[in-house]
Write a protein that binds this ligand. Structure first.
Ligand code: IMP
Length: 211
């Protein structure tokens, strides 16, 4: 007698409520052998407080929180902009920089004002993306990636999101907001980090976890 083995496609929760990030991540993970689910399936779940001082810790904390709350294999990321002449600010505070009501135009104005106050006409900067993959209580994979650039002389471009208009990428001589989604993904902190996750998942170690 033959046995029928039901082997459903494993699920992967992308644990972010940021629509722009979800778009970039989905583009990076398209075609992986996992059914991608988002937090839309848990509309009443409130986000955890982000209290850690590093991107890596925040990514781990978020992944652990959402994995525990949903029971799903979960990837979470924490990302932000570090500006050298501002001693790494806004860093892990990138989303909250300038307060809860601040628009990105307000955030840019604050950054240019702070740079002027330091007499820093030009400065290097980097975007950082840390991600963590958690199943139950187990941290399965963690990585971080950066893209190095400069703060543009003023905001330019309408693509991307967040701080993209003020981040100048020297090899392309444009801001990230002036790149196509494919160009941004090819060099970005998030593109690199999620391509590493993709390689890890495609190597297969988690494929039996929630089957
Ligand atoms: P968090 O990871 O939810 O704490 O928020 C990260 C914040 O960093 C975003 O809300 C943006 O302000 C900024 N950020 C992260 N990645 C990017 C990017 O690719 N482009 C522009 N801004 C980004």
């Amino acid at each position: 007698m033959s046995r029928i083995v039901y082997n459903p496609t494993p699920r992967l929760l992308i644990a972010t409520t940021n629509r722009d990030k979800i778009g970039e991540i989905a583009q990076e993970l398209s075609g992986i052998p996992y059914a991608i689910v988002t937090l839309d399936a848990w509309p009443h779940l409130s986000p955890p407080a982000e209290t850690a001082r590093t991107f890596n810790e925040n990514a781990r904390d978020k992944a652990r929180y959402y994995a525990a709350a949903t029971g799903e294999l979960t990837v979470a990321e924490d990302s932000g902009l570090e500006i050298e002449r501002l001693d790494g600010a806004p860093g892990v505070e990138s989303a909250r920089f300038g307060g809860p009501a601040a628009s990105y135009a307000d955030k840019f104005a604050l950054i240019y004002e702070a740079l002027r106050a330091k007499g820093a006409a030009d400065t290097t900067a980097r975007f950082v993306c840390a991600l963590a993959l958690v199943n139950g209580r187990q941290l399965l994979f963690q990585t971080a990636a950066i893209v190095e650039g400069r703060i543009a002389s003023g905001p330019r471009g309408s693509g991307g999101f967040g701080y993209d208009p003020i981040f100048f990428y020297p090899p392309f001589q444009r801001t990230l907001a002036e790149l196509s989604p494919q160009e941004k993904a090819s060099i970005s902190h998030r593109g690199q980090a999620f391509r590493a996750l993709r390689r890890f998942l495609e190597a297969g170690p988690t494929s039996r976890l929630n089957a």
